[in-house]
Design a protein around this ligand. Structure first.
Ligand SMILES: O=P(O)(O)OC[C@@H](O)[C@@H](O)c1c[nH]c2ccccc12
Length: 269
């Protein structure tokens, strides 16, 4: 496949948010751990989500996932046991890329990037057709090399802000993003929580908007139409990220399509 240049990949991400906005809803951004439940079944799982997704996050399974709640940790452990490595994750993207125009975002801790080597990782990610990277544990002011390499290879970058981020931190992180901004709705780990409490998320989204024109997506704890609505309408997010709920559904032998449709119905503004 042809290598897209920097503006094209970033534009594909922005266009996906814009299309959703034009349809009067927040973008639906499912997350799935690469190679889960196993290497044979992952492509069909991804396809079921991609059929409804505006953008999709694919997680590199990692042995020491500080921000992952128990559900995503279990998925990561199982995917690693089933043989999914960082390189295998990128090969899954190569396999999915011709099947969809949905922007594909790699979610990864920074260690796997260093394990492959930043230059090689970025080169390969661009080659297989990754559009952007979400880097939850990279403080954007502490690694110019990663940012510079990603930019050189045309990959959009997303970093995370949280309710605990100071206003100065929100400004710095937001201004370092090039794809979209990821606001996590709680301090802590991924996974479904009880209730629909939004806490400081609306204020966090507003604060980010003071520093950027980029879309602001919100994730952590969305699991049904009501929680999606709380994020899309209540917090005014441009995108809704959902991970643990899909992994939990697979653990219970439930199909993903109906749950994805339900969550999508809550993304309307
Ligand atoms: O699982 P949840 O609560 O639906 O939240 C999305 C989240 O899983 C996904 O974006 C993600 C997976 N691993 C992460 C690590 C840090 C931040 C975010 C993530």
């Amino acid at each position: 496949m042809t290598t897209l240049d920097a503006p094209t990949r970033t534009q594909r991400i922005h266009a996906a948010f814009q299309r959703a906005a034009d349809q009067g809803r927040a973008a639906f951004i499912p997350f799935m751990t690469a190679g889960y439940p196993d290497q044979d079944r992952f492509p069909a799982v991804a396809a079921e989500l991609l059929a409804r997704a505006d953008l999709m996050e694919i997680g590199i399974p990692f042995s020491d996932p500080l921000g992952d709640g128990p559900t995503i940790q279990r998925a990561g452990e199982q995917a690693i046991r089933a043989g999914t490595s960082t390189r295998r994750t990128l090969e899954f993207v190569r396999q999915l890329r011709p099947t969809t125009d949905v922007p594909l975002l790699i979610m990864t801790y920074i260690n796997p990037v260093y394990a492959v080597g930043p230059e090689e990782f970025m080169r390969l990610a661009a080659e297989v057709g990754v559009d952007g990277l979400i880097l939850p544990d990279l403080p954007p002011d502490q690694d110019d090399e990663i940012r510079e390499l990603a930019t050189r290879h045309g990959l959009a970058l997303t970093f995370l802000i949280a309710p605990t981020s100071t206003p100065a931190r929100v400004k710095l992180v937001t201004e370092a993003c090039t794809g979209f901004v990821y606001a996590v709705s709680v301090t802590g780990v991924t996974g479904a929580r009880e209730g629909n409490a939004l806490g400081e998320v609306p204020a966090l989204v507003q604060l980010a908007r003071q520093h950027t024109q980029l879309p602001v997506a919100v994730g952590f704890g969305v699991k049904d139409a009501a929680t999606a609505r709380a994020v899309a309408q209540g917090a005014g997010a441009d995108g809704v990220v959902v991970g643990s709920a899909f992994i939990a559904a697979l653990e219970h032998g439930q199909p993903l399509g109906p749950l994805a449709d339900e969550i999508l119905s809550g993304c309307g503004k």
